[in-house]
Design a protein around this ligand. Structure first.
Ligand SMILES: *Cc1c(COP(=O)(O)O)cnc(C)c1O
Length: 408
């Protein structure tokens, strides 16, 4: 595909107009929305308003007058359609790591006689650290980390929780969440999903999958801004029984009664704990407006097209010089493509100096994210042109590109 064909396909795309909602620098091809989503100018405006008018002039009154208290609930309403859930099942709060701790603790309480948290060795490190931390604290849990292909074989009557990340941050491989959840349930275990690399880009259907709990972050494909709050999902069927180990006043049924007796708020809201981070909640709330009226199945299909186009062009222009490690079946991958090469670090850093922003995952992967709300086919074509040019010119093989950069 050439630029002209790509441009005409972009022009016909029913989701194509959404790119106009984002502010991206002209000299950048941004393929890292899977790590930090792009800014929308209206988010900047909202933040200015919250800071100057609500905080500056409204002061403490804004907790009520500007609706700060209800923010977690309002954002949950906006996230629910992206998760295939109802708002009462979602708490918007904390980091993904902290939410995962609460989710695993709650799941453990629902399966008190079982002693294993099962996960795979492709999982994101924070998930594994958090699981170990909980195991150490409880003293009666073991974290079993097995190769992805062996997860089902390790599902047995000891397993309390199957913990998986829907899309592997390195390879981009996507789990069949409905099937894996059913496999966990078949042995009486609960399924806890990390949706950090899915929400806002892919079709997620937590209720339909029969998932038990889930967590995820909102600064990747949801564009909430650096460090924006994460979310915790808990299925309605567990609401009566579920308990959180972090019992804060914002998760109380009546926080402003200042009662010393703890009474959990109904539904997922009991997983809120302290005061909401109003500034980043406001940014997230406004950032999510772009999803209004967007069908997540269409978004998922667009992610599949962009990643598919990138893979085809890499095959065409780089042939066997790099290995595409991401699955070639769109249903089996997320909105990212990872390429394997021994010089992945230098290649990635050289690309960044040309304005092609992807990232490097050690030791040997270059990773490109295709946020389906704003990445265009023309950008995919241009990115592969840069990649092929860089590769064939050997221009990446300079001392400055061999030095490690400190980036998240
Ligand atoms: C990005 C990401 C996180 C981030 O966790 P934080 O606590 O929000 O920093 C967690 N899990 C996965 C799978 C991720 O990709």
């Amino acid at each position: 595909m050439d630029r002209r064909t790509a441009a005409s396909l972009d022009a016909q795309d029913p989701l194509g107009h959404l790119r106009g909602r984002f502010a991206l620098p002209d000299d950048v091809l941004y393929l890292d929305g899977n790590s930090l989503g792009a800014l929308q100018p209206r988010v900047a405006e909202r933040l200015r308003g919250v800071v100057e008018a609500e905080w500056g002039r409204g002061l403490i009154r804004s907790w009520n007058d500007a609706g700060w208290v209800e923010m977690p609930r309002r954002v949950a309403e906006r996230l629910a359609p992206l998760l295939g859930a109802v708002p009462e099942e979602i708490a918007v709060t904390d980091s993904t790591s902290a939410n995962l701790f609460k989710a695993l603790a709650a799941a453990h309480r629902l399966r008190p006689d079982r002693r294993v948290i099962l996960t795979d060795d492709a999982n994101f490190p924070t998930d594994v650290y958090v699981a170990h931390g909980l195991a150490e604290l409880t003293g009666n849990l073991e974290v079993r980390v097995v190769p992805t292909a062996e997860v089902e074989r390790h599902l047995d009557q000891d397993v309390a929780v199957l913990l998986l990340t829907h899309v592997d941050y390195r390879s981009g491989r996507r789990h069949d969440a409905a099937a894996q959840t059913a496999a966990a349930h078949a042995v009486g275990a609960l399924a806890v999903w990390d949706l950090s690399h899915s929400v806002g880009a892919l079709h997620v259907a937590l209720d339909e999958w029969q998932a038990d709990l889930a967590v995820g972050c909102t600064y990747k494909y949801c564009n909430g801004g650096p460090g924006s709050p994460g979310f915790l999902y808990i299925a309605t069927r567990w609401h009566e029984e579920a308990a959180t180990p972090v019992r804060g006043w914002f998760g109380h049924a009546r926080p402003f009664a200042f009662d010393l007796g703890y009474q959990p708020a109904p539904g997922a809201e009991r997983f809120l704990d302290g005061s909401p981070p109003v500034l980043s909640m406001a940014a997230l709330e406004t950032a999510l407006e772009v999803f209004e009226g967007v069908d997540i199945t269409a978004l998922d299909a667009r992610a599949g097209e962009l990643t598919g186009l990138f893979i085809d062009l890499v095959d065409e222009h780089l042939g066997t010089e790099v290995e595409v490690v991401t699955p070639r079946d769109a249903a089996e991958r997320g909105a990212q493509v990872s390429l394997r090469h021994d010089a992945a670090g230098p290649l990635s850093r050289a690309l960044v100096t040309r304005g092609v922003i992807g990232d490097h995952r050690p030791p040997d992967l270059v990773r490109f994210g295709f946020a389906p709300l704003y990445v265009t086919r023309v950008e995919v074509v241009e990115a592969v042109e840069h990649l092929a040019d860089l590769f064939h010119s050997g221009d990446w093989d300079r001392p400055e590109f061999h030095r490690e950069a400190v980036v998240p």
